[in-house]
Design a protein around this ligand. Structure first.
Ligand code: FDA
Length: 397
C-alpha cells in the first residue's frame, strides 16, 4: 500500500504525553512536518492527573543524581542542554502561575491543565498536527522511510519517535507498545518494574496498623544503601507517602525497609534523660511528644510498652530506641503498575545516542521519555526527563 502525500510526514511521534508533545513542538519550530499519534481520547492525560492535579512540572534542583538507570551517565547530556530553568521560562512566557512547594519542586498554582494547554499551544504555533483516538497496528522500515499502519490509515515518515511511556496506570492508556517496537528493531529492553509506588503489607502488620490509616509522620526510610527523609503515610492498604514512594524505586521483593520514626531525635539519650527527670513518664508519653497521638498509641500497643520509665533498664531503653530508630518492615509487595507513578527499566540506553535519543543501529528511530531506562526520583524529575529527552530528539529529527 502507498501513502498519499497528505499522509507523508517528516516526523511521526507515537504518544501525545509529556515527552511526545515537547518533541513535536521542538521539531515543528524547525520547520519539520510533524504528526503526533495517540490511541487515547485526549493528550497529556498523565500530566492532568499529576501532582494531585497541579502537576509538579519540574524540580529546580534536578541533577543526574536524581535518576536511576542501568547506564547512569546517559541522561547527563540531555538534562544539561534543557534545564529546569528552560522549562520554567516556557511556563512563565505562557503566564502560568506556579509555586515552589518542597525545596525546588515547582507546581501549577491553579491546575495541571495549564501545562497541557501550554504544550498544545506550542504544538499549534509550531504547526505540529495531533491525531487522538488513533491506534497503531504496525510499524515497518522501508527503504528510506518508516511505514506506520494506524486505525486512520497508512502513514509514512522519515523519522519515527516512540514516546509511548511506560506501564504505570494502564487505565490511563499505558501500554508496553514502546518495548515491543524496541524489540522489533533488535533493541534490548531491560526488565521493567513499578516505581514510586505504595507498599502493601502482610496481613498481621496491616491489621495492627489499620487504626492508623490516614496518619502521616516524617520519617527516614532506608533500603539497599539509599534513604529518604520525607513523610510516610499509613493507608488502609499499607505504607505510602513521599518517603515510601521514593524508597520503593530501590526496593526488591523480599527486601526489608529500615524506618527511623524519629529522625530528628537521639532517641536513646532522650529516653535516658526523661527517665532521670520524670521517672513516672512512659514510652507512649515520649512518643506522643514527637509523633501524631494516634500513631504513638498504636505503635506503643504493637510493642506492648507499659509502665513508668523508671522500670526500664538501660538495655530495655536501648531496645526501645532500636525499635523506633530502626523499625524494620518487610513489605508483602507493592501496589504495582495500577498506582505506580513510573516504570523502572525499559529501552536500554546503551543502544541510544545520548545526544539525540536515536537508536545507534537505526538512526531515524528515536525513543524518549519514560519508555527509556531513565527514571527520576519523586518531585518533578520525571517530567524534567520527559521535557529534556523530548527536546533532544526534537532538535535532531
Ligand atoms: P506519558 O505516559 O505521559 O505519555 C505516553 C502517551 O503514549 C500517552 O498519551 C498514551 O496514551 C500514549 N500511548 C501509549 N501506548 C500507545 C499506543 N500503543 N499507541 C498510541 N499511543 C500510545 N512526574 C513528575 O515529574 N511530577 C509529577 O507531579 C508526577 N505525578 C505523577 C502522578 C501520577 C499519578 C503518575 C501516574 C505519574 C506522575 N508523574 C509525575 C510521572 C510522569 O507522569 C511521567 O514520568 C511522564 O508522564 C512520562 O512522560 P511520557 O511522555 O514518557 O509518557
Amino acid at each position: 500500500m502507498t501513502a498519499s502525500s497528505s499522509n507523508q510526514y517528516d516526523v511521526i511521534i507515537i504518544g501525545a504525553g509529556a515527552a511526545g508533545l515537547m518533541c513535536a513542538a521542538t521539531a515543528g519550530y524547525r520547520g519539520r512536518k510533524v504528526l503526533v499519534v495517540d490511541h487515547a481520547n485526549k493528550p497529556g492525560k498523565k500530566i492532568l492527573m499529576s501532582g494531585g492535579g497541579r502537576c509538579n512540572f519540574t524540580n529546580l534542583n534536578s541533577t543526574p543524581a536524581n535518576f536511576l538507570s542501568d547506564n547512569p551517565r546517559f541522561c547527563i547530556s540531555a538534562l544539561k542542554r534543557y534545564t529546569p530553568q528552560n522549562f520554567l521560562d516556557l511556563v512563565e512566557r505562557h503566564g502560568i502561575e506556579h509555586e515552589e512547594k518542597a525545596a525546588g519542586q515547582l507546581f501549577c498554582k491553579d491546575s495541571a491543565k495549564d501545562i497541557v494547554t501550554m504544550l498544545l499551544t506550542e504544538c499549534d504555533w509550531a504547526g505540529a498536527e495531533i491525531r487522538m483516538n488513533t491506534s497503531v497496528k504496525g510499524i515497518a522500515k522501508e527503504t528510506n522511510h518508516y511505514r506506520v499502519d494506524t486505525s486512520a490509515g497508512t502513514l509514512t515518515c522519515e523519522s519515527l519517535v516512540i514516546a509511548s511511556g511506560g506501564l504505570s496506570i494502564p487505565t490511563m492508556g499505558a501500554t508496553g507498545f514502546g518495548y515491543e517496537v524496541a524489540r522489533q528493531f533488535g533493541l534490548r529492553v531491560l526488565p521493567t518494574r513499578a516505581g514510586l509506588v505504595p507498599f502493601t503489607l502482610h496481613p498481621e502488620l496491616k491489621q495492627q496498623l489499620a487504626p492508623l490509616s490516614g496518619v502521616s509522620c516524617p520519617v527516614d526510610a532506608a533500603c539497599n544503601n539509599h534513604h529518604f527523609r520525607e513523610p510516610m503515610l499509613v493507608t488502609h492498604r499499607g505504607l505510602s507517602g513521599p518517603s515510601m514512594l521514593q524508597i520503593s524505586s530501590f526496593w526488591q521483593p523480599g527486601d526489608a525497609l529500615t524506618i527511623n520514626l524519629l529522625p530528628d531525635r537521639n532517641i536513646h539519650d532522650d529516653l535516658v534523660s526523661l527517665r532521670k527527670q520524670k521517672p513516672q513518664s512512659t514510652i507512649v508519653h515520649y512518643l506522643a511528644q514527637h509523633l501524631p497521638r494516634r500513631f504513638a498509641q498504636a505503635f506503643n500497643d504493637i510493642y506492648g510498652w507499659s509502665g513508668p520509665l523508671q522500670g526500664y533498664r538501660n538495655s530495655d531503653l536501648e531496645q526501645v530506641s532500636e525499635t523506633l530508630g530502626r523499625w524494620t518492615v518487610k513489605p508483602a509487595g507493592t501496589e504495582g503498575y495500577r498506582t505506580a507513578e513510573v516504570t523502572l527499566g525499559g529501552v536500554d540506553t546503551r543502544q541510544l545516542s545520548s545526544k539525540t535519543m536515536a537508536a545507534l543501529e537505526h538512526p531515524n528511530l528515536y525513543f524518549i521519555g519514560e519508555v527509556v531506562d531513565v527514571t527520576g526520583h519523586l518531585g518533578g524529575h520525571n517530567f524534567q526527563w520527559a521535557w529534556a529527552s523530548g527536546v533532544a530528539a526534537g532538535q535532531a529529527v
